[in-house]
Design a protein around this ligand. Structure first.
Ligand SMILES: CC(C)(COP(=O)(O)OP(=O)(O)OC[C@H]1O[C@@H](n2cnc3c(N)ncnc32)[C@H](O)[C@@H]1OP(=O)(O)O)[C@@H](O)C(=O)NCCC(=O)NCCS
Length: 212
C-alpha cells in the first residue's frame, strides 16, 4: 500500500490491500447506489467505508458520500476527494478544498492490458514509448491506463466535461515515478502532474492539484 506516500500531508488517505473491508452503507449512500449485484454493492461499500474514514480524519465524521449524475462521489462542502478499487485493493483520498483544487486516484492490477484495449488507451507516441521501455516488474501499459483514469477523476469534478483517452498525452518518468499529462480538451488544466507507486500486484497513480 503506498497511495499515502504519493499525496501531501493535507490529504487524508485510507487504503486497504489484500481484500475489501466488510462495511455497511449509510442509508443515503445505499439510496444513491440503487439496486445492484452483491459484488458491486461490496465494492461500492468498501470505497465508501474508506471515504468516510478519510473524511472523519478531516473532521467530517459521519458524513455520507453521495453519488452524482456523473457517477462520481459527492463530497461534503469544502472537501475534494477520489475513490478507487480493484481486485485486492481499495482506497479513498480527501483534502480540504482550501488546500486542494483537484484530486484523482486510481489503482489497477499490475498486469498487461489486453492488446485491443491498448490501442484505445494509448496514442502512437505512447505506444512507441511502451515498445522501447523494458517491462521489468512494472506493466507500463497498465500504468498509462491508470494515470489516464486518475486524470479523468481529477478533471471531471472541476471541469464537468468528458475526456477521452485520445485527449490526454502522457509522458512517464520511470526514475522519478512521476508522469505529466498534456490535455488537449478545453479547460483549466492544459497540464496535470502525477505520481505513481507499484507493488508486485497493483499499480497506483495519483494527481493532486494545489489550490491557487
Ligand atoms: C470513472 C472511471 C474513471 C473509473 O475508473 P475505473 O478504473 O473504472 O474504476 P475505479 O475503481 O478506479 O474507480 C471507480 C470510482 O471512480 C469514481 N468515479 C466514477 N465516476 C467518476 C467521475 N465522473 N468523476 C470522478 N470520480 C468518478 C467513483 O467513486 C467510482 O467508485 P464508486 O462507483 O464505487 O463510487 C472509469 O470507469 C471511466 O468512466 N472512464 C472513462 C473516462 C476516461 O477514462 N477517459 C479517459 C481518461 S483521460
Amino acid at each position: 500500500m503506498s497511495l499515502r506516500a504519493l499525496l501531501p500531508a493535507s490529504c487524508a488517505v485510507v487504503e486497504h490491500a489484500g481484500g475489501w473491508p466488510v462495511a455497511a452503507l449509510h442509508p443515503d449512500e445505499a439510496r444513491a447506489l440503487g439496486p445492484v449485484a452483491e459484488a458491486r454493492r461490496a465494492e461500492f461499500a468498501a470505497g465508501r467505508a474508506c471515504a468516510r474514514a478519510a473524511l472523519a480524519a478531516l473532521g467530517h465524521a459521519g458524513a455520507p458520500v453521495g453519488r452524482g449524475d456523473d457517477r462520481g462521489p459527492r463530497w461534503p462542502a469544502g472537501v475534494v476527494g477520489s475513490i478507487t478499487h480493484c481486485a485486492g485493493y481499495v482506497a479513498a483520498a480527501v483534502a480540504p478544498a482550501a488546500a486542494c483544487r483537484a484530486l484523482g486516484v486510481d489503482a489497477e492490477p499490475n498486469q498487461p492490458l489486453p492488446a485491443d484495449v491498448l490501442t484505445t488507451v494509448a496514442s502512437a507516441t505512447e505506444r512507441r514509448w511502451l515498445a522501447a521501455t523494458p517491462p521489468g516488474a512494472i506493466c507500463w501499459d497498465r500504468l498509462l491506463f491508470s494515470a489516464k483514469e486518475s486524470v479523468y477523476k481529477a478533471w471531471r469534478p472541476v471541469v464537468g466535461t468528458w475526456l477521452g483517452f485520445e485527449d490526454v498525452e502522457l509522458t512517464v518518468d520511470p526514475t522519478a515515478a512521476t508522469f505529466a499529462a498534456a490535455i488537449a480538451a478545453p479547460g483549466p488544466f492544459p497540464h496535470l502532474a502525477g505520481r505513481f507507486a507499484i507493488t508486485p500486484t497493483i499499480v497506483i497513480t495519483a494527481i493532486y492539484v494545489p489550490a491557487a
